[in-house]
Design a protein around this ligand. Structure first.
Ligand SMILES: [Zn+2]
Length: 243
């Protein structure tokens, strides 16, 4: 018994499968993370070839047989083709995609996370902006959506407004004040904290003139917190940032 599904989805990654097929990992607005087979896509005449490209975003029609999905047609919304012409933005978009399986533990947040994902890829493709800002924004939003909002106004431990130094407490996964910091606290340089706070408070469109000096340090703070929150070390992103 074959069922048909229509879903808005984006291709996260693709692997070769059997002689002529591909397995496509999709992030779907309605179904969350799923894997679907793309048949005969390696032949030169394959009409759905484009659906086997990362970042292909569209309306997918899927046939479900048992537990297996097969892609039967796709109406493209955007292939984000321009992303492939900007190495840094392509790398950062790929790293962002790597985070999604860790964040999406609960299907109830799939739609919110999906919208933020598409917004981030649009920004990386079309906005003339430092790509690190887009990934920082994505990570802050992902924490929020998963129920781990980072708190920039007051100490997560005592609740008092910040007046002096701020620390990232990796046990709490949040910022604490100098009175509450423990041996697990990591001091944040004021400029790093302020840059993160600024990005957290604004849309990417409002951040075009932000000071970019501290963006890598900001990302390192979020990478540490990501590991604490979701148990995944973002090794490829760390390697990219330090290259
Ligand atoms: Zn405190």
């Amino acid at each position: 018994m074959t069922e048909e599904y229509k879903t808005t989805a984006i291709v996260m990654s693709v692997v070769d499968y059997k002689e002529k097929d591909k397995l496509v990992n999709l992030f779907s607005l309605e179904l969350g993370m799923i894997t679907a087979t793309l048949k005969g896509v390696k032949s030169s005449k394959a009409k759905l070839k484009f659906a086997g490209q990362p970042f292909c975003f569209g309306e997918f029609v899927l046939a479900k047989n048992g537990a297996k999905f097969t892609i039967t047609s796709v109406t493209i919304i955007d292939q984000f083709y321009d992303l492939t012409t900007n190495y840094d933005h392509f790398m950062l978009a790929s790293q962002m995609m790597n985070m999604i399986p860790s964040v999406l533990k609960d299907q109830s947040i799939a739609d919110e996370l999906f919208l933020v994902t598409i917004k981030t890829i649009r920004d990386l493709t079309y906005e003339n902006i430092d790509g690190r800002i887009c990934v920082i924004k994505f990570m802050l939003e992902a924490f929020k959506i998963a129920g781990y909002s980072m708190n920039f106004e007051y100490c997560t431990d005592c609740g008092n407004s910040f007046t002096d130094d701020k620390y990232l407490d990796i046990d709490l996964g949040n910022f604490v004040c100098s009175r509450c910091v423990t041996m697990h606290g990591k001091l944040l340089p004021p400029k790093v904290f302020d840059t993160l706070k600024d990005i957290n408070a604004h849309d990417t469109e409002q951040l075009l003139n932000i000071d970019t000096k501290h963006l890598t340090e900001c990302l390192n703070v979020l990478i540490t917190n990501f590991y604490y929150r979701f148990g995944k070390k973002l090794i490829d992103l760390i390697t990219y940032l330090n290259a």
